[in-house]
Design a protein around this ligand. Structure first.
Ligand SMILES: [Zn+2]
Ligand SMILES: [Zn+2]
Length: 394
C-alpha cells in the first residue's frame, strides 16, 4: 500500500499545496469543501454529501455487507500571518494552515483514491465513510466546532469505528505516534469579573479595590494544580487575560480575567471548575464580588485499545518498530474526541519534521512540514481500512 501511495505522491502534494494557498477559517471552508467534493467525484464510485455540519463533506464508498469505518480529516486554517516564504504560501493574508489540516485533507483524498482501487479488486466487505470536517480550531462549546455539528447532521450514523491522524511538525519525519487511552485533553475556559466599588487612588480606604483582591485570587488560581489536584492526574490552569484600570489615580471598579483549563480525568475536570469558582470567590471575603462564566469545550480524547491495536499492526508492517513512537501525549485538545465518543476509534500521529535545526511548531507563522511523509499518512489510513474491511484485523 505504501508503494501505491508513493505512486500518487505528486497528486497528494498538489492537493496539499492548493489547499495551503487558500486557507479558510472555521465554517468558511467553502473553497476547500468544493475542492474535496470535486476530487471525490473525479475518483468516482463515491457517494457525496456536502454542507454537512455547515461546510463539511461526507463521502462514502463500498457495499452493505460489512462494517463501516469512518475516517476523519479536518479542513480549517488559523488566523495567523504566514511567514514561511514558500512559493505555495497563503494567498489570503491573515489566514494560514498552521496546524497541518491542509495535509490531513490531502492525505484523506489520497486514501480515498487508494481505497477506490481496493474496492475495484472486489474482496472488501463494508463501507468507508470519508469525513471532511470543518472548524476543528473553533475551540468552544458543544455546538461551536465542526465534529459535533457533523454528528448532529448524521455524519456518524451507522459508523462502527472511527479513525483520524494528526500530522506532527515536531516528530521525526516518517514516525508514527500511537498510544492507547488518553489522546487529547478536555478543554474548558472561564471568564471572571471581580468587582468592588473602585474610587480615588488617594483614598483607598473609602471603597473596595478589585486589583488588591486579585493578589490572593491569582495565587489561589495558580495553586489549584499544585495544591488541590491529585499529582498523578494531569491538569493545567493557565490565565490568558488579566485586565483592569485606566489611569494611575483611579481605582477601577472591575477587573477581568480569562483562563483555560485542561484535564484528562472527568473528576479532575469538574474539580478544576469548582476550584476556579472558589478562587475568584475570595473577592467576597475582601468585601467585593464576582461573576464567573464557564465555557465547556472539547471532552478528553480516548483511543480505544482495540482500534489502537489495529493501527499498531499496520504501522509495524509498514514502518517497523523503530519508527513507532509510543509515549507521545500532551494537554492539547482535539474535537475528534466527540467522534471517538460516538464510535470506538483512535487518532494517531504522523511525524513530518523538516530535518534541520529550525523548530516549526504548530500554530506558529513558520509552521511547515516535510511533504515526503504525506504518502505514508495516506497509506496508513488506506491500509487500516483495507484490512478492516477484508476481516484481517483482530
Ligand atoms: Zn491546531
Ligand atoms: Zn490540528
Amino acid at each position: 500500500m505504501l508503494d501505491k501511495a508513493k505512486s500518487i505522491a505528486d497528486e497528494i502534494v498538489r492537493l496539499r499545496r492548493e489547499i495551503h494557498r487558500h486557507p479558510e477559517l472555521a465554517f468558511q471552508e467553502l473553497r476547500t469543501a468544493a475542492l474535496v467534493a470535486d476530487t471525490l467525484r473525479e475518483i468516482g464510485g463515491i457517494s457525496i454529501r456536502t454542507g454537512v455540519g455547515i461546510t463539511g463533506v461526507v463521502g462514502e464508498i463500498g457495499n452493505g455487507d460489512g462494517p463501516t469505518l469512518g475516517i476523519r480529516a479536518d479542513m480549517d486554517a488559523l488566523p495567523i500571518i504566514e511567514a514561511t516564504n514558500r512559493d505555495f504560501a497563503s494567498q489570503t493574508i491573515g489566514n494560514m494552515h498552521a496546524c497541518g489540516h491542509d495535509t490531513h485533507t490531502a492525505m484523506l483524498l489520497g486514501a480515498a483514491h487508494l481505497l477506490k482501487q481496493e474496492f475495484a479488486n472486489g474482496n472488501l466487505r463494508g463501507k468507508v465513510r470519508f469525513l471532511f470536517q470543518p472548524a476543528e480550531e473553533a475551540t468552544g462549546g458543544q455546538h461551536q466546532s465542526g465534529a459535533p455539528m457533523m454528528i448532529d447532521d448524521g455524519a456518524l450514523d451507522g459508523v462502527d469505528n472511527v479513525l483520524a491522524l494528526h500530522i506532527d511538525s515536531t516528530l521525526p519525519s516518517g514516525q508514527i505516534a500511537i498510544r492507547a487511552g488518553s489522546s487529547s485533553a478536555a478543554v474548558d475556559s472561564f471568564k471572571a469579573w471581580v468587582t468592588g466599588t473602585g474610587g480615588h487612588g488617594a483614598y483607598p480606604h473609602q471603597g473596595t479595590d478589585p486589583l488588591w483582591m486579585l493578589i490572593p485570587i491569582l495565587s489561589a488560581l495558580h495553586g489549584i494544580v499544585a495544591r488541590k489536584i491529585d499529582p498523578m492526574k494531569p491538569a493545567v490552569c493557565s490565565l490568558g487575560v488579566v485586565r483592569g484600570g485606566t489611569v494611575s489615580n483611579v481605582i477601577p471598579a472591575e477587573v477581568y480575567l480569562e483562563g483555560t483549563l485542561r484535564s484528562f480525568d472527568p473528576g479532575v475536570r469538574e474539580q478544576l471548575l469548582e476550584e476556579v469558582e472558589r478562587a475568584v470567590g475570595l473577592s467576597r471575603a475582601l468585601g467585593g464580588d464576582y461573576r464567573l462564566e464557564i465555557e465547556r469545550g472539547y471532552p478528553a480524547g480516548y483511543n480505544d485499545p482495540t482500534v489502537t491495536g489495529w493501527v499498531e499492526q499496520v504501522a509495524l508492517d509498514m514502518v517497523g518498530e523503530k519508527m513507532i513512537e509510543r509515549n507521545r501525549t500532551g494537554m492539547g485538545a482535539e474535537d475528534f474526541a466527540y467522534m471517538a465518543k460516538r464510535a470506538p476509534g483512535m487518532m494517531f500521529g504522523l511525524g513530518a519534521a523538516i530535518n534541520d535545526d529550525t523548530k516549526r511548531g504548530h500554530h506558529t507563522p513558520i509552521f511547515d512540514i516535510d511533504e515526503s511523509a504525506l504518502p505514508l499518512g495516506a497509506a496508513m489510513l488506506a491500509e487500516t481500512a483495507r484490512r478492516y474491511l477484508a476481516g484481517e484485523l483482530k
